[in-house]
Design a protein around this ligand. Sequence first.
Ligand SMILES: C[S@@+](CC[C@H](N)C(=O)[O-])C[C@H]1O[C@@H](n2cnc3c(N)ncnc32)[C@H](O)[C@@H]1O
Length: 285
Amino acid sequence: MGFQTGSLGLTGGADRLLRDLIHERTGLFFDNGKGDILTDKLSPLVVERGFTSLLDYYYLLKYDEAAQGEWLNVMNALSVPETYFWREMDQVRALVEWVVPRWFEQPGAGPLKIWSAACATGEEPLTIALALDEAGWLGRAPIEIYGSDASTAAVEKARRGVYRERSFRNLPAHLRARYFTQEGATKTWRVDAKLHAAIEWRVANLLNEAEVAPLAAAQVIFCRNVFIYFSDQTIGRTVRSFAAHIRPPGYLFVAAAESLLKLTTEFELQEVGNAFVYVRQPGAG
Ligand SMILES: C[S@@+](CC[C@H](N)C(=O)[O-])C[C@H]1O[C@@H](n2cnc3c(N)ncnc32)[C@H](O)[C@@H]1O
């Protein structure tokens, strides 16, 4: 490795400072057992910047106003953009078969806004758009779909709309044939233009209130498979900022493995269709 973690006599100290700063700004928590993983992921960035210690890199991120761009590199280095089409479909079905019809049967219902927060390379919001199209909603009702992630690399891929085999592991073959076109003789597939155009892509960090506020002003938020990387503290912070901006009826979908029961009073767990969803409680929190 091209630098020492224990410079200036702070053996182990710089790792901890950096770990805590990253936790505070990104939500991602590398507990004691995972310190080495963090150092390994960041060391190429430290070397690229020409630093010889983690502590110098910490100072750059913490105090240098011009370090905003560096935070994007940090996010790209730490992002785990593991995702695929048709993942945990009970929740998407609950959205399409239950939430959407109830919304539009209200007299004078305005547009329905759906935000896929931490969408990685876009498979989740595209799955939502695809399922809405199959049910005849897309283009017929005013539905706005936003997909965002803190990783600029992931969002760039989402904007390109081209996918490899591993993204299709769960998508039924007839839907793949209907909505994707193979790119020449390559092993890549381009998503249907209508689905792709149904989504607005953004870069947004869930711990950045200014970036979250406009997106979270939605009736439905999907935030799945990201809280597994957060601490209880940063999950709580994120959920509170969702609660502050989400619009009635305020549905928050998290992955089945991510319980918020001990972390929020603003949302209550309810069964909708065949899925569980956290619903904003008016007046709570
Ligand atoms: C495992 S993927 C989940 C993708 C999709 N939601 C799904 O369930 O298939 C986790 C994503 O969370 C993103 N992420 C991590 N920390 C984030 C943060 N603070 N703000 C926004 N996105 C973040 C990562 O960049 C990564 O793309």
